[in-house]
Design a protein around this ligand. Structure first.
Ligand code: AFP
Length: 477
């Protein structure tokens, strides 16, 4: 019974202490439905061995697992009319149906339906990876498959973890491997440079028969495959964020369909944005430029169902989501905004309340549902904040705006921010003719991975934050 119920929860931990002999954490394996001891924080000194704890927990689970007492099991209950009424499946539209209809309705994104469906499949796989991260030992630095050496630090200066590499690969292949080949190039948080889909899928672009398949895609995609991955160790939520831009007209492309410029557009040019949240439920929130729709993964059928049609954020909310531990390093407008809120004890006329999970997707989702403001401001160490414009702030800002909310840097609309442009129009192979100084990595770092102070949420709350910037801020910003 217990296992059945717990299949509904992405990651289950049982934390137990026995006779003051230490603390043990057991995670339910999503594959075998058995429990494994993940953390043993103190050496057990009492008379009960670790093995006997595992055995007794295991037999307890096995006992309940084979327990056919339906009155205890709301899912297995066919006799309890109360349970049946509560647990009846709702008649909800599938994501697939939604995409077929919406992409057919909107000519600007007509070819994106199969791409977005493939991306939703990647989210399902990432969901399973997150669930298995501890039982399957997906921690630890990734090994470079070519050299057999430990992976290098990524563009963010962090050593890539196996989990990051796996999720990145899934998203790369989802965007580039979709049957309609709508995407021609991708940029990921995990990669220093954007890549052509031909490169991702291992196609030889000198062969014109195959190169066309990948180079003719009309869109480019940006994404952060696993945002907030540090949360996984403590079984807290994480997410995936993505945005899709139409390839601009009139720019010169490399043979394989890549051009840095096609990524360095304002957020206003995005045609679709979304995120997947891996938490108590697995949720996909999507905008195709005409409203925001939320889909929840049915854990039995592994199908995304439209549980939140036409999501609207309240115009004003009382929730604030900032890492306040950094507040002494925030700039004056943000400090004053937070001080004012705490002194009055109110936001939006209601008693103010704080929530901060430390994963953008989870924190923003909470604000989207309940109203209020999420903020990752500039601070002394990070003069532009921490969040990346292209694959974090801009997609989230599009979602917020489409849901009736706002996204601001404190000094202006996030979607209006133009990423730094390369100083040369030569897009890829610098240094060989007219422009000796062109350094692609530097240009990409400046443009693709640019950071921006980020405030997202209800219009009234974000407006108020902007007013503090106007009044106390630096005119040069
Ligand atoms: P990681 O992906 O490196 O864990 O960073 C997550 C993140 O970019 C974003 O999801 C969070 O909102 C933010 O960092 C949390 O950062 P702090 O720990 O500095 O508050």
């Amino acid at each position: 019974m217990m296992k059945n119920i717990l299949q509904l929860i992405p990651v289950l931990f049982i934390v137990a202490t026995i006779d003051k002999g230490g603390v043990y954490a057991f995670q339910l394996s999503p594959i075998t439905s058995s429990t494994r001891c993940r953390h043993q924080h103190h050496q057990h000194q009492g008379s009960i061995s670790r093995a006997s704890i595992i055995t007794s927990l295991q037999s307890s689970l096995d006992y309940h697992g084979s327990n056919t007492n339906d009155s205890l099991d709301p899912l297995a209950s066919s006799s309890s009319s109360q349970s049946e009424a509560n647990m009846k499946k709702k008649d909800l539209r599938t994501l697939q149906r939604f995409l077929e209809v919406e992409c057919w309705k909107l000519p600007t994104i007509r070819t994106l339906d199969s791409t977005l469906l493939t991306v939703s499949d990647a989210c399902k796989q990432i969901n399973r990876i997150v669930q298995r991260a501890q039982t399957d030992d997906l921690y630890g630095a990734a090994i470079d498959p070519v050299t057999g050496q430990l992976a290098e630090v990524n563009v963010q200066g962090e050593v890539q973890q196996q989990l990051d590499v796996l999720c990145n690969t899934l998203m790369l292949r989802a965007f580039c491997g979709a049957s309609n080949n709508a995407i021609c190039a991708v940029a990921s948080e995990e990669e220093p440079l954007p890549r052509s889909c031909a490169d991702v899928m291992g196609y030889d672009t000198t062969n014109s028969a195959t190169s066309n398949i990948f180079t003719s895609g009309e869109y480019v995609a940006v994404f952060d495959p696993i945002d907030g991955s540090k949360n996984i160790d403590s079984s807290l939520p994480v997410g995936t964020v993505f945005g899709i831009y139409r390839r601009p007209e009139g720019v010169e492309f490399e043979k394989d369909g890549l051009n840095l410029d096609s990524f360095l557009q304002r957020g206003t040019e995005m045609v679709a944005a979304g995120y997947c949240l891996y938490s108590a439920t697995t949720v996909l929130v999507l905008t195709l430029g005409s409203g925001v729709h939320g889909f929840t993964l049915d854990p039995d059928k592994q199908t995304f169902l439209q549980t939140h049609p036409n999501m609207r954020i309240p115009d004003v909310g009382s929730l604030y989501s900032f890492n306040e531990a950094y507040s002494r390093d925030y700039n004056e407008p943000v400090q004053k905004f937070l001080k004012n809120m705490k002194e009055t004890g109110k936001m939006g006329g209601k008693k103010v309340s704080s929530r901060y999970v430390g994963a953008l997707v989870a924190d923003v989702h909470n604000v989207l549902i309940n109203g209020g403001i999420y903020g990752y401001p500039a601070d002394r160490d990070n003069p532009q904040g921490k969040l990346r414009l292209l694959y974090e702030s801009a997609p989230m800002a599009m979602i917020m705006e489409q849901a009736g909310g706002a996204g601001s840097t404190g000094y202006g609309r996030i979607l209006d921010v133009l990423p730094p442009q390369p100083h040369s129009k030569k897009s890829r192979k610098g240094g060989d003719n007219d422009d000796e100084e062109f350094d692609l990595e530097k240009e990409a770092e400046k443009g693709i991975h640019v950071r921006v102070p980020t405030f997202l949420g209800s219009v009234e709350n974000v407006f108020e934050l902007d007013q503090f910037h106007k009044y106390y801020g630096d005119d040069d910003e």
